[in-house]
Design a protein around this ligand. Structure first.
Ligand code: PMV
Length: 331
C-alpha cells in the first residue's frame, strides 16, 4: 500500500437500527464492549449519509448537518480514524460531513446510522479493506449500537469474551426479506436532546442501580428469545420479549442514583394508549434512551396504528419504516 495515495473521497449510507433486546451497560467502556448480547431490527428508511474527503487543515474535522461536531462528541469519530490510520499508514487529515434524516439526540438511534456510515466511508477513503465483521467492530468503537447498523436486516450483537473485543460484533441472522410485513413507527413526542447521554446513563446504572445485575442476567435469555421469535415470525413472542427488555432497561435506570428518567408524561400516555390498542391489533412498543417510543406492528395494520395514534395525539410526528438497511458505499 502507498499511504501517499490516500485519503480519496468516499461516501457511505446507513440506517438506524432499533433494539428489540437492549444494550445497556459496558464490560469495557473504552472499547464499547457490551455487558450482554442485544438483538435489533435495521430500518429501511431515513438513511444517514457520510462524505469523507481529504482536508487541507492540520486536524481532522467532522461536521454534522453543516455544523462542526465539538468535543467531546468528536472524540468518538477520532477514535475510529486513529484505528484506521494504524491500518492504512495514511497521515493526512480528513473532513467528514454527516447528513442525517433522523432528528439528532432524541433517542431515535441516529448515532448508530452515522457511525456505521462513517466507518465504511472513512475506511474506504483511507484504502483499508475490512470484512463485514471487522467493519462492525470498527463502527462499534465509535458507538456501540452502530455495530448493528453494519449488517442490515435482523441482527444480533455478540457480547464476546475476548478482552480486545475481537469477538464482539453484530451479524445478520435473518434478512429483511425473512419478515417483510414487520413495520416500525417512530413516534416523536419531543425533539429536546436527552439530558443524560446513553454512555453516562449506562455507567451510572451499572455503578449505582441495585437491580442492574438482574437486568444483565436477563439480557442473554431475552436475546435468545427475540432471535427465536424472529426466526419463527412469532409476533406475540417478540412483543412480550421486546417490551420486557425496554421496561426493565427503563426500570433499572429509575433505580440508579441519581435516578434517570428518559420518558416524559406524553410518553407514558402513549404507552398506555398503545397497550390498549394492542388488545385488538398486533402491536407493541419499545423505548430507547429518550422519550420517543417506537411502535412495532404488521402490515397492513400500520395504517390503522398510525391513524389511531395521530387521532389520540394530534401533535406528535410519526415516521413509518420497514426492515432493511445494511451499510453501503454511495456515489
Ligand atoms: O450505542 P449507544 O451509545 O447509542 O447506546 C444505545 C443504547 C440504546 O439505544 C438505549 C439501546 C440499544 O440497544 O440500542
Amino acid at each position: 500500500m502507498n499511504p501517499a495515495r490516500w485519503p480519496l473521497p468516499a461516501s457511505a449510507e446507513a440506517t438506524a437500527n432499533i433494539a428489540m433486546v437492549k444494550y445497556w451497560g459496558k464490560r469495557d467502556a473504552a472499547l464499547n464492549l457490551p455487558a450482554a448480547d442485544s438483538v435489533a431490527v435495521c430500518l429501511d428508511s431515513f438513511p444517514t449519509r457520510v462524505d469523507v474527503t481529504p482536508c487541507a487543515a492540520a486536524e481532522d474535522e467532522v461536521w454534522w448537518s453543516g455544523r462542526p461536531v465539538p468535543p467531546p462528541r468528536i472524540g468518538r469519530f477520532l477514535r475510529v480514524l486513529a484505528i484506521l490510520r494504524e491500518q492504512s499508514g495514511c497521515r493526512s487529515a480528513v473532513r467528514a460531513d454527516v447528513r442525517s434524516q433522523i432528528p439528532d439526540a432524541v433517542g431515535l438511534a441516529g448515532s448508530s446510522a452515522a457511525m456505521a456510515a462513517f466507518a465504511l466511508a472513512a475506511s474506504t477513503a483511507m484504502g483499508v479493506e475490512l470484512s463485514p465483521r471487522e467493519l462492525s467492530i470498527t463502527a462499534r468503537l465509535g458507538s456501540g449500537s452502530a455495530s448493528r447498523s453494519v449488517p442490515g436486516g435482523f441482527v444480533r450483537w455478540h457480547r464476546g469474551h475476548q478482552e480486545d473485543g475481537s469477538d464482539s460484533y453484530a451479524e445478520e441472522f435473518a434478512s429483511a426479506a425473512h419478515w417483510p410485513d414487520l413495520r416500525l413507527l417512530a413516534v416523536i413526542v419531543s425533539r429536546e436532546p436527552k439530558a443524560v447521554s446513553s454512555t453516562v446513563g449506562m455507567i451510572r446504572t451499572a455503578r449505582t442501580a441495585p437491580l442492574y445485575p438482574m437486568f444483565v442476567e436477563q439480557c442473554g435469555r431475552l436475546a435468545a428469545d427475540a432471535q427465536a421469535a424472529i426466526a419463527s415470525r412469532d409476533f406475540d413472542w417478540l412483543a412480550r420479549t421486546a417490551e420486557l427488555s425496554a421496561q426493565t432497561m427503563h426500570g433499572v435506570c429509575l433505580t440508579a442514583r441519581p435516578p434517570i428518567l428518559y420518558v416524559r408524561p406524553l410518553t407514558v400516555e402513549l404507552v398506555e394508549h398503545v397497550t390498549e390498542l394492542s388488545r385488538t391489533l398486533p402491536l407493541f412498543f419499545t423505548l430507547d434512551a429518550g422519550p420517543n417510543p417506537f411502535l412495532v406492528t404488521l402490515a397492513p395494520h400500520d395504517e390503522t396504528v398510525a391513524a389511531e395514534v395521530a387521532r389520540a395525539f394530534p401533535d406528535v410526528e410519526i415516521l413509518r419504516c420497514g426492515v432493511g438497511g445494511g451499510v453501503r458505499i454511495v456515489a
